[in-house]
Design a binder for this molecule. Structure first.
Ligand code: ADP
Length: 715
């Protein structure tokens, strides 16, 4: 018979068939071609080639759920026992189908749980009541790097950290005995990297119907990563605490209850021993400080960053200035649930600021009251930034501040501006004495003459660049005028001295001549007359010497300043000694001079200096001693210094300067002289841009020094 599986339905074999089967009875057809019941559906029988059939229903709990049929291609008279056989076979088949289905379902369920157990990341295992493992999931074998065969039937004690073993054995034993839930943590060796990792191990007893342990069901959860994270978190927290404790000043956090949730270690330095966490802010800082801070706290709780300074006269013996900041701390939803507070002690800073302010004030005072004119000019345009009253007084009625100096004082000479620009460009200060600045001080339209001692100083920025000029001016117009007047008077006086000394020579010569005539012609050859004549002669000689020296002095003054020619100093000494030849021989003086240089100067004038100095060296000599004079020279790049040293009577060092003055004499009566020799020397040396000075100790000789420039000064 060809199979009809999947091709025909019951209904196609007639309504009767279905009806009978539903009633749970067999449906038997002997010949489908002849049976009345199949008349309607004969085609179905023909197509399937079925001529005779036994249909038997399969019942489940009294309900027909399927059927079984035996077909024959030929008509057949079915026997009763055949029908019963089919019924029995159908019944057996059904049972076995049912059993197969249940076992398939069981298998599927088992597969599902196994899949579940294999796919969760934890280790899952079951153990017999005695604790021997009888199932482990994949996680277990891969963690220990072994096969399930070597794990099953035993435990995993060998993979437990030695330190943890004792503890877990005890606990496991206890659970096995009592059936109590087992829960503990221990380290297990991971084979992949040989590391010990912490696991939370749980096992629950599954009880049998009789209440005995049938099996242990357990899991191991690796929490090493969480543990490490926890350690890391704790370390970070400790670090944070340490950092916050190192922050100078107070750091705290308080919640909306105004209780501290965190304080750093400085709290105990300020407010005594803690702990502070959990305490009210007002309780810790005191009601008074709290009351002052409260309005700011309120703003912080409203979401604002607040910063303020406060003076705290209370709390400790030392009043402090503090800077307080409150920062709102928001939750994820944006509401403020706490405030981070920092309090910095700024007492030192405040004290310094105060000191700075005071010193600035003092400086301002000095600036304002200084008896010199000060102006600060800023930038390339030299814009006036600061002007003290003294300066303002120099430019009465002119507005200076914020304006270009050149605009305010247009009549000012370009050299003043150039000097300022030079300071701006080079950063070098500019100092100038008696700078002539004609300008209109009173605002009457006419420039007057003014002289100033000026200092232009660069104003430097912190990076070293020059951003302006400080000008300090000291008006010296009165002094310059007085000096000019004095110079004029001096010139007149010198003129007078010159004319007078010149004109006095003539009458003196007359006195000399006529005294001689008087003696010769009128018999004055008496001792008395000779004595008088000698007195007149001495007087006249002294007068002549004085006039001679005065004339020399005047000539020096009238001679050209800073002579242009060169002088061979050795030649100048030679000239002086030749003039003094008689005196040298008379006193048997020895004069030793080393080879001397040539310097710019006037030979006659320098010879005059040597003549005066050598003459003094011989004159101021202990009686009976032979004068010894040495002339030496030294050069220091700029000057030649000539020393003229004698072995004479010397003088007190305190007179060393005074003896260069006009008519100044220390040894008036014992030694002849006019008191003009050294004054002449000084004038000559000064006209050569040099210097002259003396050193001496009484009884030990004197040394006179001349310093003369080696080169002519550039003009
Ligand atoms: P004077 O005509 O009196 O010598 P000077 O001007 O040459 O005038 O000298 C001034 C004074 O300096 C002298 O009167 C003398 O007292 C003192 N003096 C000058 N040279 C010497 C010297 N070499 N030793 C000691 N005293 C000296």
């Amino acid at each position: 018979m060809p199979s009809i599986v999947g091709r025909y339905t019951f209904a196609q074999f007639g309504a009767d068939c279905l009806h009978v089967m539903r009633e749970g009875k067999p449906y038997v057809v002997t010949d489908s071609e002849l049976d009345e019941r199949t008349a309607q559906v004969r085609d179905s029988y023909r197509l399937t080639l079925i001529r005779s059939v036994i249909f038997v229903p399969l019942l489940k709990e009294g309900r027909s759920v399927a059927a079984m049929a035996v077909h024959d291609a030929t008509p057949r008279q079915w026997k009763q026992h055949e029908v019963e056989l089919v019924q029995r076979v159908a019944g057996r088949c059904w049972e076995s189908i049912e059993r197969a289905r249940v076992s398939r379902q069981l298998h599927e369920r088992e597969q599902r749980y196994r899949f579940l157990a294999e796919s969760i990341p934890q280790m899952v295992w079951t153990a017999a009541p005695d604790g021997k493992l009888d199932y482990v999931n994949e996680q277990v074998t891969s963690y220990f790097g072994t096969t399930s065969g070597s794990v099953l039937g035993q435990g995993w004690l060998e993979w437990v950290h030695p330190e943890d073993r004792l503890n877990i054995v005890e606990r496991w034993k206890h659970s096995l005995e009592t059936g109590e839930r087992y829960e503990t943590a221990f380290r297990l060796l991971r084979s992949s990297d040989s590391s010990w990792r912490w696991h939370l191990v749980r096992a629950t007893a599954m009880l049998s119907l009789h209440g005995e342990t049938a099996r242990w069901f357990g899991t191991c959860t690796d929490f090493e990563d969480q543990k490490q994270a926890e350690i890391e978190r704790r370390r970070t927290q400790e670090l944070l605490q340490m950092v916050i404790d190192r922050v100078p000043g107070l750091v705290s956090y308080f919640d909306s209850d105004l209780r501290y949730a965190f304080t750093n270690s400085h709290y105990s330095e300020w407010f005594g021993a803690g702990p502070f966490v959990g305490r009210k802010v007002s309780d810790v800082v005191g009601e008074e400080a709290f009351a002052r801070a409260w309005p700011y706290m309120e703003r912080a709780f409203a979401g604002e960053e607040v910063r303020f300074e406060e003076f705290l006269p209370y709390h400790s013996s030392k009043p402090r200035y503090v800077q307080v900041s409150f920062s709102p701390h928001r939750t994820q939803h944006g509401t403020v649930n706490g405030v981070v507070a920092t309090v910095q002690d700024i007492t030192a800073q405040k004290t310094m600021e105060e000191a700075l302010r005071r010193s600035e004030e003092r400086l301002q005072q000095v600036f304002r009251q200084a008896p010199v004119a000060i102006i600060v000019l800023r930038g390339k345009d030299l814009v006036a930034e600061l002007v003290n009253p003294f300066y303002q007084n120099l430019l009465q009625g002119r507005e200076l501040i914020g304006r270009r100096f050149a605009d305010v004082v247009p009549e000012i000479g370009s050299d003043v501006l150039q000097a300022s620009h030079h300071v701006m460009e080079t950063g070098d200060p500019y100092v100038r004495d008696e700078f002539y600045i004609p300008y209109d001080q009173n605002g009457d339209g006419a420039n007057e003459d003014h002289w100033f001692n000026l200092v232009y100083h660069p104003l430097r920025e912190p990076d070293g660049s020059v951003s302006g000029v400080v000008t300090v001016c000291n008006e010296v117009t009165v002094q310059v005028r007085a000096r000019q007047e004095l110079e004029r008077l001096n010139r007149e006086l010198e003129e007078f001295a010159y004319v007078a000394s010149h004109d006095l020579q003539e009458p003196l010569r007359m006195v000399n001549i006529y005294t001689q005539l008087l003696l010769r012609r009128h018999g004055g050859d008496t001792p008395q007359a000779r004595e008088y004549a000698s007195i007149i002669h001495t007087g006249v000689n002294r007068m002549e010497a004085l006039i001679h020296d005065l004339l020399t002095f005047s000539r020096i003054i009238h001679s050209e300043e800073s002579p242009a020619s060169l002088v061979d100093l050795s030649a100048a000494v030679a000239e002086a000694t030749s003039v003094l030849r008689d005196r040298i021989e008379e006193s048997r003086a020895s004069i030793a001079a080393q080879q001397l240089p040539t310097v710019p100067g006037d030979t006659a004038q320098i010879a005059q200096v040597f003549q005066n100095l050598l003459s003094n060296a011989m004159k101021y000599q202990q009686s009976g001693t032979r004068p010894e004079i040495r002339i030496t020279a030294e050069c220091d790049d700029v000057n030649w210094t000539i020393a003229i040293k004698d072995n004479g009577i010397g003088f007190e060092p305190r007179y060393a300067e005074r003896i260069f003055g006009l008519f100044r004499r220390l040894h008036k009566d014992e030694y002849p002289g006019t008191g003009l020799g050294l004054a002449i020397c000084r004038r000559i040396v000064e006209r050569h841009k040099g210097k002259i000075w003396a050193e001496s100790t009484p009884g030990n000789g004197s040394t006179f020094y001349l310093a003369l420039p080696c080169r002519k000064e550039k003009t």
